[in-house]
Design a protein. Structure first.
Lengths: 137, 132
C-alpha cells in the first residue's frame, strides 16, 4: 500500500520529461487543439516566441499525472488546482514537474492537503507555478 | 461571433463531449503518461483540455489569424470520468476586456454528466494578442 504524502515539506514523486515536437503534434490531435503556434513553424516564427511552443495544457497534464500518482483515489475525486503559465516550453526542452506538501488542514471531517506546484526547465526557469488541493476522505 | 463582440456573462450553447477509451489512450500517450488506466477512467486533465479546445475552436481562435496565449488555469474534479461517458459542457464568458490592444478573456466551464451532476469545473484565462 502506497503512503500518501501528508506531511508539510514532503515531496511528491517528480516527473522529468523532454517534450518533443512529435509529442506536441500527438497532443494536438488527441486534445483537438491545432493552434498553429504549436504546429506551424512558419507561423510560430512570426510570433514573439520565434518558434513553436508546446501547449500549456500538455505540461499541465504532467502536473495532473503527478497528483494522480501521489493521490490515486483522491485527486480525481475532489482535487482542484490553480496555476499560472509563466513561460513557454519549446520542443526539445526538458521539464521537471514537482510538488511539495505545503500544509494540511482539517475542516468538517475532511483533511485537505495543499501542495505547491512547480514546473521548471533545466536552467531553473519557471514554466508553471501554483497550488493544488487534495481532499483525503 | 468574434470574441471582441461578446459581453461578459455570455453563455455559449451547451454541447456534448464524449471521450472514448481510444481517445483517452491517445491523450495519455501524447502527454507521456504510462500509468493512466484509460480503460477505467479518462485522465482528469483530458476533460478540461477537450473543453478548452472546443472553446478556442468555436471562437475562431485556432486558425492562425491571431496569436492566442494561455496564461492561467483553474480546475476542479468531482469524480473520474468513464471512457465513452456523455458529458455536457456549459461555458460562460466571465470576463472579456481589451488591454493595450490585446484581449484578455476568461471562460468558465462546467462539465455535467447525464444526470446533470457536475463532474468537473474549469476556468481558463487566455490572451488574444493584438486582437482588438
Amino acid at each position: 500500500m502506497t503512503t500518501l504524502p501528508l506531511s508539510p515539506g514532503e515531496k511528491l514523486e517528480q516527473i522529468d520529461r523532454t517534450i518533443t515536437q512529435e509529442q506536441v503534434q500527438a497532443y494536438a490531435n488527441a486534445a483537438g487543439d491545432h493552434n498553429p503556434i504549436h504546429l506551424d513553424a512558419e507561423f510560430a516564427a512570426k510570433t514573439p516566441f520565434g518558434r513553436r511552443i508546446a501547449h500549456g495544457m500538455l505540461t499541465l497534464a504532467m502536473v495532473s499525472e503527478m497528483l494522480t500518482t501521489a493521490y490515486p483515489d483522491n485527486w480525481a475525486s475532489g482535487g482542484r488546482l490553480k496555476v499560472r503559465f509563466r513561460a513557454p516550453v519549446f520542443p526539445g526542452e526538458a521539464v521537471h514537474v514537482s510538488g511539495e506538501v505545503k500544509k494540511v488542514t482539517d475542516k468538517d471531517s475532511v483533511r485537505t492537503v495543499e501542495i505547491t506546484i512547480a514546473v521548471k526547465k533545466d536552467d531553473g526557469e519557471g514554466v508553471i507555478t501554483g497550488q493544488a488541493f487534495v481532499p483525503i476522505r | 461571433m468574434p470574441l471582441q463582440d461578446l459581453d461578459p456573462g455570455h453563455e455559449f450553447p451547451p454541447e456534448s463531449l464524449i471521450i472514448s477509451e481510444t481517445e483517452a489512450t491517445a491523450y495519455a500517450a501524447a502527454v507521456g503518461d504510462t500509468s493512466a488506466r484509460t480503460s477505467e477512467r479518462v485522465p482528469s486533465m483530458a476533460v478540461i483540455a477537450a473543453g478548452l479546445s472546443r472553446f478556442i475552436e468555436h471562437l475562431g481562435l485556432a486558425d492562425g489569424s491571431v496569436e492566442v496565449v494561455h496564461t492561467s488555469q483553474e480546475a476542479s474534479f468531482v469524480r473520474p470520468v468513464t471512457p465513452g461517458e456523455t458529458l455536457e459542457i456549459r461555458a460562460t464568458l466571465r470576463s472579456n476586456a481589451d488591454r493595450r490592444g490585446s484581449r484578455f478573456a476568461t471562460v468558465d466551464m462546467l462539465f455535467l454528466d447525464s444526470a446533470e451532476e457536475q463532474v468537473a469545473e474549469a476556468s481558463s484565462l487566455i490572451i488574444v494578442v493584438n486582437a482588438s
